[in-house]
Unconditional design. Structure first.
Length: 118
């Protein structure tokens, strides 16, 4: 499974961005999908997760501002980000759990840069 993230960019504080993550490959099955972020000098941190049947969960820092969703028919996850703050600036990574033969594998996409100016 390959993951490709789209939608990063430069936005002013208070603005909004929508990230997309498309999973592609052949004969694959995806469980949960998630977004992580990493800014310089910090560890990669989970932002939001959505399971194949479970509701979404969020990091405290983004609750009420970010919304994760997915379209299973399109193998795509989205992250709607509103009321963006400079501290949201980071490289955002898409992750997914691939299910194959009863085993699970973590898959990561290349990141997309989000920069929020004050």
């Amino acid at each position: 499974v390959q993951l490709q993230a789209y939608g990063g960019g430069l936005v002013q504080a208070g603005g909004s961005l929508r990230l997309s993550c498309v999973a592609s490959g052949s004969n694959f099955s995806i469980g949960s999908m998630a977004w992580y972020r990493q800014s310089p000098g910090t560890q990669r941190a989970r932002v939001a997760t959505i399971g194949s049947g479970a509701g979404p969960t969020y990091a405290d820092a983004v609750k009420g501002r970010f919304t994760i969703s997915r379209d299973s028919n399109k193998n795509t996850a989205y992250l709607e980000m509103t009321d963006l703050k400079p501290e949201d600036s980071a490289v955002y990574y898409c992750a997914a759990t691939e299910i194959d033969g009863g085993r699970t594998y973590a898959r990561w996409g290349k990141g997309t840069q989000v920069t929020v100016s004050s």
